[in-house]
Design a protein around this ligand. Structure first.
Ligand code: HGY
Ligand code: MN
Ligand code: MN
Length: 407
């Protein structure tokens, strides 16, 4: 299967040889090399390749602009990674998309509507903080002015980074012309847990995505000498942060939700100084909106209570949010039988965010396929899928597309 050769070409791009992790961030050199890879695969197959105004990559089999055409069946995922991310989260869906198209052509399928392959820009939001920026800009759920003003850790704005990569940042924003071409979207993704290991199955359909978001907590105190300042005279925001992180973990464990502080910045970050400020980012997720709101309210209250005792001040800002997503049940039912056996594909919920969720919010009928991950680990170089399972994923994706292309 062409899957293997494509996978081998993409694999070394942006990989840190020391850790095996990736740093493919939107508009950086590694991510642009991935874009070149995408365009080369599209060219090899004679597909109509385009970069839309928001930097999302498209490759079309058939004419998506044809007046008589039904809107396309679209598949794909993303090529960017989290810091030190794994190889599969995102790229598996894009490589599988090209491999599935090859399989459809081998099967002699004559599509009744165009087939689109997409690689959405900046799904992880690793560089500028907002997840799924490319698909959110496309649907209009991320406002262009807000996106342009986002800055990375080096103070480079989204607009500047995009311009340096040769794209016009003044044109970003809702793109109806592109949206209208998406009649249905199927995203294949590596599973980010052990659901399929437990079920002993290679591929599943997704049920929906938990509501989730990112919040920035600013803990402000007073910088002072680590030796001469008596313990009782300090206003140390590190303590407020530390207690908040513990409280968040406890609340999440007690309520069946998720709360993670995975990134903090310390000012001035000196070993012999009480810090003046801690900025900490909370990623929180829950099975329903009410539970997520309650979780945030509880963490915020505990942070403020502790700040009162520490003589510090807490400010909480939401940076991005994705409401509950339930994928199209009708579409799921119609794809349930495209699996490798006569059994229906199993159905799993997910706590991870995806561009598929953003399109579903915008009213596009969406389905997702998950491929078994034997380690159950994701957002880490430990993320994995066996070649045989990847091939099974391609087969299932091709069958799903075949069904959708006949409509
Ligand atoms: O963070 C997430 O849920 C996803 O993997 N982008
Ligand atoms: Mn991810
Ligand atoms: Mn992903």
């Amino acid at each position: 299967m062409n899957f293997d050769s494509m996978w081998t070409t993409l694999l070394p791009i942006g990989r840190d040889p020391r850790t095996g992790g990736y740093r493919r961030f939107v508009w950086n050199a590694a991510e642009q090399e991935c874009r070149q890879w995408f365009l080369a695969e599209a060219a090899q197959r004679d597909l109509d390749a385009r970069t839309d105004q928001n930097g999302n990559l498209w490759a079309w089999w058939g004419d998506p602009d044809g007046a008589d055409e039904s809107p396309g069946a679209v598949t794909g995922s993303h090529l960017d990674s989290v810091p030190a991310g794994g190889a599969y989260d995102g790229p598996l869906g894009v490589v599988s998309a090209f491999a599935a198209l090859d399989l459809l052509r081998e099967r002699g399928v004559q599509p009744a509507r165009p087939l689109g392959i997409v690689a959405f820009a900046d799904e992880e939001g690793a560089r500028f903080g907002v997840a799924c920026a490319g698909s959110r800009l496309l649907t209009g759920s991320l406002k262009p002015d807000l996106a342009r003003a986002l800055v990375d850790a080096d103070g480079i704005s989204y607009a500047e980074a995009m311009e340096r990569a040769g794209h016009d940042p003044t044109r970003i924003g809702r793109d109806d012309q592109t949206l209208e071409k998406i009649g249905v979207f199927v995203e294949l993704h590596v599973e980010q847990g052990r659901g399929l290991v437990d079920l002993d199955a290679p591929v599943a359909l997704a049920e929906g995505i938990w509501p989730h978001g990112r919040w920035r907590f600013e803990f402000a105190g007073e910088a002072n000498h680590a030796g001469t300042t008596r313990m009782e005279d300090r206003r140390d925001p590190m303590l407020t942060y530390a207690m908040t992180a513990l409280a968040a973990n406890k609340r999440a464990r007690l309520t069946g939700t998720r709360a993670t502080f995975g990134r903090i910045e310390v000012e001035p970050s000196a070993t012999n100084a009480v810090p003046s400020r801690i900025t900490a980012w909370l990623d929180a997720r829950a099975p329903d909106q009410g539970a997520l709101d309650q979780l945030l309210a509880d963490i915020g209250r505990q942070a403020r209570d502790r700040a009162g005792r520490d003589g510090t001040v807490v400010d909480v800002r939401q940076e991005s949010v994705t409401p509950m997503v339930a994928f199209d049940a009708e579409l799921r039912r119609s794809l349930a039988r495209v699996g490798p056996t006569s059994r229906e594909l199993p159905v799993l919920p997910t706590q991870a965010g995806h561009d598929a969720g953003i399109l579903a919010e915008a009213g596009v009928p969406v389905a997702m396929l998950f491929v078994r991950n034997p380690t159950g680990v994701s957002h880490s170089p430990e993320e994995y899928a066996e070649p045989a399972d990847c091939h099974a994923g391609v087969e299932v994706l091709a069958s799903a597309l075949e069904e959708l292309l006949a409509r």
